[in-house]
Design a protein around this ligand. Sequence first.
Ligand code: 6R9
Length: 647
Amino acid sequence: MAKPIEALLDERRRYRPPEEFVARANVRDPDVYRQADEDFEGFWSRFAGELDWFRKWDRVLEWNPPDARWFIGGKLNASVNCVDRHLATPRKNKAAIIWEGEPGDTRVLTYQELSREVNRFANVLRSLGVKKGDRVTIYLPMIPELPISMLACARIGAPHSVVFGGFSPTALASRIEDSGSRILITCDGYYRRGELIPQKARADEAAQKSGGIEKVIVVRRAGNDVPMQPGRDLWWHELMEGARGVAAPEEMDAEDMLFMMYTSGTTGKPKGVVHTTGGYLVGVYATTKWVFDLHEEDTYWCSADIGWITGHSYIVYGPLSNGATTVMYEGSPDWPDKDRLWQMVERYRVNIFYTAPTAIRQFMQWGEQYPARHDLSSLRLLGSVGEPINPEAWVWYHRVIGGGRCPIVDTWWQTETGMIMITPLPGITETKPGSATRPFPGVRAAVLDENGQPVPPGGGGYLALLRPWPAMLRTIWGDHDRYVAQYWSRWNRETYYPGDGAKWDEDGYFWVLGRVDDVMNVAGHRLSTMEIESALVEHPAVAEAAVIGALHPIKGQVPVAFVILKSGHAGSPALEQELKQKVAEVISPIARPDRVVFTPDLPKTRSGKIMRRLLRDIAEGKELGDVTTLRNPEVAEELRMAFTSHA
Ligand code: 6R9
């Protein structure tokens, strides 16, 4: 009976930080956990003290649950900390951003060059009347003008709202409206998988739909013809021509808003998560430094899109506040071939690489021949973020990409937390594939039951955060009640509810299972979709699997599996039986899927998360809801047909 809960905890493989890694690691003393726990305000203020402030804070924290204010009375500017701070040091001529476009064009910006661009664009924004507090919407692909725009906004105190460049005009319009932006920054077009994406046309459609946009600034990226609306549309390069390279930074209060970020709406109206200047910057500065064990000479690459929180925190603000060299790329991992990323790792001698489990499973499916074409020996640390990583993918990542020598940091956090919250420290933590291990020092997490009581080790329940942290969201834009109701009302006003299910084990390690709605209850037994998925992908024919709990009249819910096979394998009733048997063997007969549906693709959000809600609707024969936020909306209908024809 205990088997379903135990299946993941049965994962016995252990990986100690290699000696060579520990010898050079920034953080090696396990006592940091105790120290930070005893005096967490002191812990965070020591990191804050490493940043530049116009005025030092009077108090570290004011906590009126659920409202926190950090570094009260402190004044600073995020762009000063990401750029100016490094100019008086030997980092002045160090590469801040190494960028590679899809057609192979490249651009390297040193800190000095980045400073000039940011200052000039800050002057451009000011000349258009943008003032402290005005929201600016940015709708750009992965080109250097994206971080330049963000930092220029930060310089003049105008909160940015970056909308993922692949979002539809409708999604962009609703975000422009909600934020009340008057300025939109976009580009003519960009490249993705050999195709030219007409970004300006999409931006025009959104601007028209939403109203309120007074100026559209257009970066020339692809050179495609675009109509420019007189009086409204302005070319980036023309505005920049006359702009001076020095712009005084706005002195921001620590609690002034730095940016807002809409969460990848799975249901309901998008939520504008608000992050502030001081706490956010301290949080991402500290976690980048410790989790990624940054060294001065490192080349660091997070392959996310800056349009997501991962890119904000760990391509832009975290690495640049640390004076690191951060890599960014335009395009897709499979274009011009399935070795694009490995080619870049080799070309730039990347040392630290951070990506998502969905990408790793994709690499596994493509096969080892792609990474094998390249010299990946520069890598010394790997990271994972975005969803639970199944142990098989973890072990593959470790062996094939990391050459067996690189520690893996599986980092749990959210748009709302702003910074990494549960993670190994690579020079200290012994890792277990599939576990994000322990809370970052100073962070307190727990697994609670329905009533807010901690579950005993080995048990499962709801993940909870028991203490405020500097990069925490402060509110939902324009809807503070929703902030309180969504995050601070499950148990009490002092306990943050992330909406994830988790287990913890005898060593105090956390195993995040995914959103609570991904955890099902089959005949009274708690089962995780991820556990069943892990079992399925252990089968040699399976490339990727998504499991949901479908309503069942007797058992409450039953697992239904959607499976992508590796090339060279075909779906058959015999294989379906085999896979069901496999799950029954690995976990328990309780976990045995009711149905296994073979499919060439799975419905994914733009950020690469499998949209399980939709799979559930398909399995339960429900009306399919909104599919517009999917990267591949056509898959939904195909799957529904496959499901019903086979039933
Ligand atoms: C950073 C980011 C947040 C949700 C979160 C959880 C899932 C993220 C994870 C993970 C297990 C990890 N998640 N990292 N689950 N292990 N290492 O992804 O933010 O897009 O807001 O998603 O992603 O379910 O609640 P966001």
